[in-house]
Design a protein around this ligand. Structure first.
Ligand code: NAP
Length: 486
């Protein structure tokens, strides 16, 4: 007899929606998705800054079961991606099972079930919790002296204030990860003056600015194999294999090739040798998350654009003072300063077996067995959790593989083979020891700062090949799991 389980999914972003759709497909209709925002789409709801796009090819950045022939470009703009998720939620009739504006405050495992409460005091109980909270959603507002005293508007990239006009204004953009580079590429077209503050210049990977024509879309519509070709064809596979080989081994020829492409892009795109040197990083390409852009080097060569390398001393009432004493007068400051990435499911308070807290287990840094399960926290599954693959992969693909893994463990509960499933602490420790050793050899540890690193400088990421990730996710090794009854 199959046991009927109740599920709670936390988050209605890409991964939470995936879990809901997969549960429905399996006939597991007893689930609720709790979402702190007022609509689906997660990061694509929260981010709406000018220039927002996804630098993973659009046809790869879709669910495998909901491909989309209508993408307007090889790299889709943010609003189109948000509309895609809205459309998928409607197609699979998910919204009826989503509690919007509902932030989970606490989850407690007691009496063999998970007891959850929201920040406004509602309670719910489930057999299984799927934590699909994402990682890049707590804005990092830097502690720059004087920032609060700036007399003009200041906002973080993930809280963009569209009521602030930028036309003709002096705009400062602080930060040059993927977000800052996309913002500068767009806002430089309208601002009177734009200053891009670069604490650490970034290597820029050139990429095509390819728009799909009506004929292209019709071809994708008429022949789904053409979409599959973009997603899984030899070119996509080779690109993934090359990138994986480069990041897991800092001495690889693949990384040397990426370095050459980025250096050539800088040499050939930026005419002024002084500007070129201001833009040249002093660390290796792909050490930070690779920035792809077809437009950034053009943008910084516009006459109304200035780059300000180095560290900021303080923000003054009407601009930014650099440590070298130079001053940049500004009307508006946009903070493209990234996210607090060690949060994952926090600030939720999560209590597992015997009242143990996840915060205590994660005191050093967030950890999960193969990025999905946590010892002492049975029937609790993370999608896009800590130490999963990062870089320029599609997180949808990653979440789908992780769901396939979690679903096999959930199946043990469905079939009544156990009431609770969690990895052993020994399995997590073995995984972490192997992972840490391999992580030290990745390019992420080759000498730069980034959000991949913990306080000891060790990358908290998947340090092995993508194929190995797929292989591990294909079937859980039950020898590493504790299955309990009652
Ligand atoms: P990020 O990669 O963490 O970059 C943050 C930037 O802010 C860095 O340039 C950092 O400089 C700078 N910064 C932070 N504090 C500063 C301070 N006090 N003074 C001066 N500069 C400061 O953040 P992000 O660009 O928002 O990107 C986050 C992640 O989002 C990316 O890694 C990517 O995974 C994702 N993303 C993806 C896309 C896409 O197209 N797929 C687009 C946007 C974002 P340092 O380098 O010196 O620390």
């Amino acid at each position: 007899m199959a046991k009927k389980l109740r599920f709670i999914i936390i988050g209605a972003g890409m991964a939470g929606m995936l879990a809901g759709i997969r549960l429905k497909e399996r006939g597991d209709h007893d689930f609720t998705i709790y979402e702190k925002g007022n609509s689906v789409g997660g990061t694509w709801r929260e981010n709406h800054y000018p220039g927002l796009a996804c630098d993973t090819p659009a046809h790869s950045y879709t669910y495998s079961f909901a491909t989309n022939p209508e993408w307007s470009a090889f790299y889709a703009p943010g609003p189109e991606i948000r509309a895609y998720f809205e459309g998928v939620a409607d197609k699979y009739d998910l919204k009826r099972q989503i509690e919007f504006n509902s932030e989970i405050a606490a989850c407690r495992f007691e009496g063999g079930r998970w007891h959850l409460s929201t920040t406004d005091g509602r309670e719910d109980v489930a057999d299984v919790v799927i934590a699909a909270t994402g990682v890049l959603h707590h804005p990092n507002v830097p502690d720059i002296p004087g920032l609060k005293a700036f007399q003009g508007p200041v906002f973080h990239s993930a809280r963009w204030d569209h009521s602030v006009p930028l036309e003709g204004k002096s705009v400062g953009v602080i930060g040059n990860g993927s977000t800052g580079v996309q913002i500068v590429s767009a806002v430089s077209k309208v601002a009177g003056k734009l200053t891009h503050f670069l604490r650490s210049p970034q290597w820029i990977m050139p990429c095509p600015d390819l728009k799909y024509t009506d004929e292209d879309k019709a071809a994708f519509r008429d022949d789904p194999a053409k979409i599959d070709e973009v997603r899984n064809g030899p070119e996509a596979a080779a690109r993934r294999a090359r990138f994986t080989a480069a990041i897991i081994d800092m001495d690889s020829p693949e990384l040397a090739e990426i370095q050459t492409i980025c250096e050539r892009n800088l040499e050939e795109s930026v005419r002024d040798p002084i500007l070129r040197e201001k833009l040249r990083p002093d660390y290796r390409a792909a050490c930070k998350r690779m920035v792809f852009s077809a437009h950034y080097y053009n943008a910084v060569q516009r006459p109304n654009v200035d780059v300000a390398p180095g560290s900021i001393e303080r923000v003054e009432a009407n601009g930014v003072r650099m440590k070298d004493g130079s001053f940049h007068e500004l009307d508006v400051i946009a903070l493209a300063t990234g996210f607090k990435v060690d949060q994952f499911v926090r600030p939720m308070e999560i209590e597992g077996q015997g009242g143990q807290s996840l915060d205590a287990l994660w005191e050093e840094h967030p950890r999960a067995y193969y990025a999905v399960t946590v010892p002492g926290f049975p029937n609790f599954f993370l999608l896009n959790g800590p130490t999963g693959p990062v870089g320029n992969f599609t997180l949808i693909d990653i979440a789908e593989a992780q769901w396939g893994y979690a679903d096999q463990l959930i199946d043990l509960l469905r079939k009544g083979e156990c009431d609770a499933v969690a990895p052993s602490m020994a399995a997590l420790e073995d995984y972490e020891a192997r992972r840490t050793e391999a992580a030290k050899r990745t390019v992420f540890a080759s000498g730069c700062s980034s959000w991949y690193l913990d306080k000891y400088g060790i990358p908290q990421v998947w340090p092995w090949s993508y194929d190995y990730f797929r292989a591990v996710m294909a079937k859980p090794d039950l020898r590493d799991y504790e299955l309990t009854q009652g």
